[in-house]
Every structure is written in C-alpha cells, then in structure tokens.
Design a protein around this ligand. Structure first.
Ligand code: ADP
Ligand code: MG
Length: 323
C-alpha cells in the first residue's frame, strides 16, 4: 500500500508548490482565518504551514494519512461541486508518502493537541502535545525516497517563484483570510484578511497598481462577474497579472482569457493582455473541473454564450472608463 501511495503521489505532488497548494487548500477548507507559510530553499528543504482552523481530533489524525481518507465528501453530488477543494483524500497520503512530515493539531474541543511524525507514509510516532487550536504541518526533505523525482526539482530560485505565484493566487482568491508568507526567514507577503480584494492586490503588487484598475460587476444568466480589470496599458503584456477565478478558485481558461483580451485589445490602444483579477460565479453543474486536478482547466457547458457575454460586457465597461 505504501508503494501505491508513492506512485499515486506522482499525480498529486509534482513539486514543492503542489504541496503548498494542497496544504493551503486544506487550511481554507478548515475555515482558517489566518495561515502562515514558511518555506526554506524553495520548499525543497522544508515547508511549514500553520493555520488557526478547526484542527483534527486525535482519533482521526492517523486516518488522515490514508488514501481516500477525506472528511469532505458526504454525498456523491459533492464530486461535481466546485466549491469543495482538494483531491478527495489524496493529498496528505501522497505528500506523506514522499517526505518526512510532522503535524501538530488541536480542535477547540480538546484540552491537548496531537503530534504525529510520518516518514515515507508510515506513522512513526503519535503523542499528545500542548498546542493552540488549529494545525501546523511541516514537510521536510521532499522526495527523499524517490531520487528520480528529486533530480527533477528545479533550482531553489525557480521553485520559490512557483510557490510565490501560487501563494499570490491563493491570497487573491481568499481576501477574508490573513495570509503570511516567509521565504528563507524573509517576510514576503502579509495580507490583512479584511475581505477586500483591493487590499490583497495592494499587498502583493503595491498601491500603484490599484490606481490603474476599475471595478467590474455584472450578472447574466450564465455567470456573475466581479473583480477588477486594468483600464490602461501601464502594465502591458504582463501575463503574470492575469488572474482568473471560477467560484473563487483560480483556473486556467483560454476561453475566459480570450474573451478578456479580445475586449481589451479592441478598446485600449496597444493593449494586449489585460491586467485582471476576475471571479466568475458559475453554477457548478454547468462546468467540469475534473479533467485533471493539477491542470486547473475548466470546461463550460455554455462556452460560446459565456465568451460573448463576457467580452461584450468588458468592452462596454472599458469604453465607459476611457471616455
Ligand atoms: P481532502 O482535502 O481531499 O479531504 P487531504 O488528504 O488533503 O484530503 O486531507 C485529508 C483530511 O485531513 C481532510 O479531509 C481533513 O479532514 C484533514 N485535514 C487535512 N489538513 C487539515 C487542516 N489544515 N485542518 C483541519 N483538517 C485537516
Ligand atoms: Mg485536501
């Protein structure tokens, strides 16, 4: 079974940033209001994530490292529900199979917390420990027991960039959560958690960017749109500044990007790739996100309608703001 976990881990855990993604999504699922991410050497040496969420009861701790152990699927319908994050009980099993993992967790109903140490998927120690409410997970020596995978890790610099991009994206999607990010002991990001998207954008990109954004808000039969889009060409062609979310989860969608860029190009002189922070709320039953969990791609039932409605709304909005 441990071998199966090691193989399955290849699907979920491609690199340190995929570990960070899974762990932060668990913190979000656990209703945390504060998450601290601390990485060393691009996550290759260690990744530590602390949250103040609901924690895991001592009796459930060992179980959370088993494959398909999830507390989150209650009805089969949930499988199609984009609102629930995660890999349906794959993440902790996969991550712990290819690393050395320590977890300290406590629920508000327990007097003491639990500490577990897991190596290569095997629970080595489990003991009571004094702890505050919430969960801390420390991952060390990722891929220590899969040397081939370890060889494919990129430079510390490249892995750090992946993680930073990912944390930015998760922070933008969760303005209600205070997210603190420390890299090699250096504070990189600290969002206020005041539930304002503009505050997060300011924390990440500085206050200058916010003067070049306009707020968008639109509702039609296919989606409800909210967020911000650049109304000039100051940040031209910076694809890193294009953030698309579906139901608050960041995705890659050529369809949505094309609609945005098409409207932008036609209104903003010299415009190519609009700076954007956009969330589309779409009925989960009309989209498919289960193509591959790590690729973040989405298929839409009404894709042509969505494309036209989004493009035309943004054109009107951008035109109004530049008049
Ligand atoms: P999934 O998120 O799909 O349920 P995971 O392998 O990511 O699967 O996590 C397994 C289980 O461990 C979760 O269902 C949850 O019960 C528990 N868990 C993991 N991380 C946390 C956390 N930070 N806070 C509370 N519970 C957690
Ligand atoms: Mg999960």
């Amino acid at each position: 079974d441990l071998t199966i976990n090691k193989i399955a881990a290849g699907e979920v855990v491609e690199r340190p940033s995929s570990v960070v993604k899974e762990l932060i999504e668990n913190c979000v699922d656990a209703k945390s209001t504060k998450i601290i991410v601390d990485i060393v050497d691009g996550g290759k040496k260690s990744i530590r994530i602390t949250d103040n969420g609901i924690g895991i009861p001592s009796s459930e701790v060992s179980k959370s490292f088993l494959r398909h152990a999830t507390s989150k699927i209650k009805e089969i319908d949930d499988l199609y529900d984009l609102y629930s994050l995660g890999f349906r009980g794959e993440a902790l099993a996969s991550i712990s199979a290819v690393s050395k993992l320590e977890m300290i967790t406590k629920t508000k109903d327990e007097a003491v917390g639990t500490r577990v140490y897991v190596e290569g998927g095997k629970v080595i120690t489990k003991e009571p420990i004094g702890a505050t409410n919430g969960t801390t997970i420390i991952i060390k020596d990722i891929f220590y027991n899969t040397p081939v995978r370890q060889k494919f890790l990129k430079s510390t610099h490249a892995e750090t960039i992946n993680i930073s991009d990912l944390i930015n994206k998760l922070a933008i999607g969760n303005p209600n959560i205070q997210i603190k990010y420390i890299n090699n002991g250096k504070p990189m990001l600290n969002t206020p958690g005041d539930n304002k998207l503009l505050s997060v954008i300011r924390s990440i990109y500085g206050k200058d960017i916010t003067g070049n954004l306009i707020e968008v808000e639109y509702e039609c039969s296919n989606f409800k749109l909210s967020g911000y889009i650049g109304n000039n060409n100051v940040y031209r062609s910076n694809k890193n500044l294009q953030h698309i979310y579906i139901n608050k989860r960041f995705v890659k969608s050529k369809l949505i990007l094309d609609a945005i860029n098409e409207s932008y190009k036609s209104i903003i002189p010299g415009g190519k790739h609009a700076v954007c922070f956009l969330d589309l709320e779409i009925k989960p039953s009309t989209i498919d996100v289960n193509i591959h969990p790590t690729k973040l791609e989405v298929k839409f039932e009404n894709e042509q309608e969505i494309y036209v409605e989004l493009r035309d709304y943004l054109k009107r909005k951008l035109l109004g703001s530049t008049l």
